[in-house]
Design a protein around this ligand. Sequence first.
Ligand SMILES: *Cc1c(COP(=O)(O)O)cnc(C)c1O
Length: 418
Amino acid sequence: MPKVRKKGHLKAMKPNVSVAQGREYLAIPGPSVVPDAVLQAMHRASPNIYSGPLVDMTHSIIPDLKRVARTQHKVAIYICNGHGAWEAALSNVLAPGDKVLVPATGVFGIGWGEMASAMGGKVEMLDFGKVAAMDMDRIAEVLTADKTHEIKAVMAVHVDTSTSVRNDIAALRRVMDGVGHPALLMADCIASMGCDRFEMDDWGVDVAVTASQKGLMMPPGLGFVFFNDKAAEVRRAMPRVSRYWDWTLRADPEEFYQYFAGTAPTQHLYGLRTALDLIHNEGIEHVWARHERLARAIWAACDVWGQGGPLSLNVPDPAHRSHAVTAINIDPPLATALREWCEVNLGLTLGISLGMATPGDPAWHGHFRLGHMGHVNGQMIMALLGGIDAGLKALEIPHGHHGNSGLDAASQVIAGKA
Ligand SMILES: *Cc1c(COP(=O)(O)O)cnc(C)c1O
């Protein structure tokens, strides 16, 4: 079990009997819980990468991936994490000197923008802070002022995992169309795909980026870039594109190895096949509805707890909260104390603060996050909330009861009664 803790701090927190033995629960916003079926599918000897079952199986993955992104267009697969997928997408459409607009609602927006800048792009950053969604009026103003259409792309993070703000990507497209701006709409769906409703084609997204280790229920290691004809045209006009990141042959391979520009990620592909089966057997609409129900249970518990103590949801407006990750604020250093207590005593790992305060700043210990993406169900969320409830009690952190407890409020939601 990982231990990041200060000596002396834990002694007071240890209950008489630790109840940590048993299956651990990593409730951080990525990597997420990997289903046993996926682990078992990956646990095999390496297959032939030139012909046979792996080749056929990989072809079958492509349409099922596109069904998750809700697109009829293309997908390129990369052996990389989310940062790699960011770079892959930008490498195909951003030439040095090109201008991009980055409406940020957390560190992932800022980070993707910094990557564009490092690749020679001119980045106009609109920082909307850490608790609210993008301000569409402000974006409309900036796009309207860009009379010469210098802005080549708007790079939007659907769910910023650091703040748990969820942005309205369909509304962003309407704003772009409303002012007649021809820029590409690029969406980072790394935290949202397979969790929050995302409709690439219906929403008019030109490039969508995701990775394997969040809603797709896989270990980290695969990145995905979906792109439509408009984005493909921009790619064709690029002065040059890095051979490895080029999406052209990956999306339309003549030879099998071109899917991956080299050796296929063999075991990962078997895991992905199984993860996609899990998603489509459940039904993507149902997957989204399940995430919404579970997220609302978490919010309900937090609302009750917050009525009598320092705990509060980071995003006040439920319409702009992610269904995959929840950022929570509490007086420092209680977030760190609670995380450590849950990890040591319960085998339950909560997510650290990201981007709400700089590490080293005492305020950093006043934020934590819950990952509830992918392979999570009602009993896991009740256990997650029950663990936090026990931590609040053990650490004597004031929290509201409001007639009934936070757990009652959550179970009402899980039961479909609220
Ligand atoms: C996790 C995440 C990333 C980064 O992914 P890595 O695999 O850590 O590189 C980028 N954007 C969002 C929204 C994420 O949730």
